[in-house]
Design a protein around this ligand. Structure first.
Ligand SMILES: [Zn+2]
Length: 258
């Protein structure tokens, strides 16, 4: 039988596909550092990028999401290019001039990319149940699936937060580090910290305010309760160099989704 977490939408094909919830194409190397999954151990060797995939979508629903893979690849390639240019410009004389790197993204699309990664992560956790519906990992809440397939965006406090703090070191190392977040009382899955190449995001897939959680970022900073709030629906990522702007990514949250 075909396993598909989007089965509630209907129209599943009868063919299983292997879903790469982090697209292989974003990596420049065949093996990456992976931390935080139930199947990874600390200080482990880099793992083949093929491991970041599971048989969890039918072919129809997997191909419906191929646009997200393309945008995910564009996002992380842009971040890498802007970061490389930023480092190179930091070494130039203060008087040097350059054309600022600029790129635009649709916020709802980026949010959908992280919903897709979080659902993929959830499938690896033993006995995981979703907050809100108390359903099994393969059966996410309807509003999460509707948001993923672009039918209806998540409503705050659900959604995407940028959780990289000013001053946190971004090395752009080929890595993915995750932390699953659980409900303080029921232990159900509420979302995940997801750091790809040290760029850390948090996707909240429950209607519980982030401020009720005591969470630690990947670098150990207190976030949420008694700590810094992460930034909901981040609009701008700046890449400074020599006190000037080297690159800028703009994220538009008002664009009508396709
Ligand atoms: Zn399906």
């Amino acid at each position: 039988m075909v396993k598909c977490y989007a089965a509630s939408l209907g129209n599943c094909s009868d063919a299983q596909s292997r879903e790469h919830y982090i697209p292989k194409a974003i990596w420049s190397v065949p093996k990456v550092n992976v931390e935080g999954f139930s199947w990874t151990s600390e200080n482990a060797e880099p793992l083949p990028v093929e491991r970041l995939a599971s048989n969890i979508l039918c072919t129809t629903h997997n191909s419906d999401l191929s646009y997200l893979d393309a945008e995910c690849q564009r996002l992380f390639n842009t971040v890498r290019t802007f970061h490389v240019n930023q480092l190179e410009r930091r070494d130039r004389p203060r008087s040097s001039l350059w054309q600022v790197d600029r790129a635009d993204f649709d916020g709802t699309t980026i949010e959908r990319i992280f919903i897709k990664i979080a659902i993929g992560i959830a499938q690896h956790e033993k006995d995981l149940r979703w907050a809100g519906t108390n359903t099994a990992a393969i059966d996410p809440p309807k509003e999460v699936i509707n948001a993923l397939f672009g039918k209806c965006p998540l409503v705050s406090p659900m959604g995407l937060y940028f959780a990289t703090s000013v001053g946190e070191l971004v090395t752009n190392e080929e890595s993915v580090r995750i932390q699953t977040m659980r409900h303080p009382k029921t232990d159900c899955f509420v979302g995940a910290f997801i750091a790809v190449r040290d760029w850390q995001w948090f996707i909240n897939l429950s209607d519980i305010e982030f401020s009720q959680y005591a969470a630690r970022s990947m670098s150990g900073q207190q976030i949420g309760k008694d700590g810094k709030p992460p930034v909901y629906h981040l609009e701008t990522i700046n890449f400074p160099a020599k006190g000037k702007l080297s690159g800028q990514i703009n994220i538009d949250w008002d664009r009508v989704d396709r």
